[in-house]
Each structure stands twice: as structure tokens, then as C-alpha cells.
Design a binder for this molecule. Sequence first.
Ligand code: SF4
Length: 195
Amino acid sequence: MTDFTRRDFMKVSAAGAAAVGVSALGFDVAVAEARTVKQELRIEGAKVSHSICPYCAVGCSLLAYTRKNGNGVELLQIEGDPDSPINEGTLCPKGASAMELAVSRRRLQHPLYRAPGAGDWKRVSWDFALDRLARHIKAARDRTFVAKDDEGNVVNRAEGLAFAGGAAFSNEEGYLAAKLMRGLGLVYLEQQARV
Ligand code: SF4
């Protein structure tokens, strides 16, 4: 009987496998190559805009992909900016859902008002909402304004109001908000970045 070494067995096995392709393993290279599909990215050709996640003080950078269509501009995708030294392309789960701020079916698109004692919210105009806010701010300021402290020093402060700025404020927005609130006499000014 001819000696059949382990090395001979491996050679025969390799040759056999090559002869039948590797379909026995469930993968046929020739068929896979013939069926190569051209993939197109959803964001192919889209305009890229830079933005910042509005949710917290970390201030991660975002890339927003948009494309014009028949109805205007469609937001296709929002993802982390890989060039940002802050988040290096990553986003936390909250930031990763930032696109929902724009496209969610549950997003509120107009002010709602619930009158004192009422159980339901009703839709109101922006004029109504802003006028009401202004009236309440004025009333609270008038009610709690302190012109002089206990020692007679002029302080001119509105102790019944406070203001908190958002993490997505630009320098200019923060400056404007601080000037407006100081003008009203507020002393309790805070920023989300410090919370
Ligand atoms: S992605 Fe997350 S960590 Fe970054 S700013 Fe938004 S909420 Fe903050």
C-alpha cells in the first residue's frame, strides 16, 4: 500500500477545494463578483452645513446634510463632525437623535396655551404668546423690584426673575441676552454651560 502522509492529504484537499470553488463553504467568489451592486449613499451630492448640538454644554459639532427638492430643502442626515476637537465625529445618544428636532412628527410647531384652571391646551398665535410673556415679565418685575437695599444703597434689582441661557448660544446671542436681562435688573443670570 502506498504511504499517504499528512502533507499529501493537505495537498489533495487544497486542490479539491480549488477545483469546486469554495461554494461548499457557502460562498462562491465568481458569483459574488458577478453580482456586485453599485452602492449610492443617501447623502451623495448633498450640501453639508456645520452646526452645534443644542442639548448640553459640551457643544459637540454636527454636520447637517441637506438637498433641495420640489418642496424646498430636505434634511437628509445629521452626524458628528470628525474634524471637531471636542467630539471627533462622535455623538452621545441624545445628540445622535438631533435630527428629530427637525423631522419628528411629534415636534411642536406653534405655541400652546392652557388657561388658568383649564384642562386642555389650545393653539395660540405667536403674538398672543409673546404678549403674554412680556406682560408676566413686566408684572413680576414691578412686584419684586428693589430700588434700595436695607442700608439705603441704590441697587435697582429685580429679585423675582431669573434667566438661564442655552448651550447653543453664540457669543453674540449670549451678549444680547445678558444686556437685556441686566437692563431689566436681573441679578440671577445663569448659563447651561455652568450647570
Ligand atoms: S452630543 Fe451629547 S454630549 Fe455632545 S453636546 Fe449633544 S448632548 Fe452634549
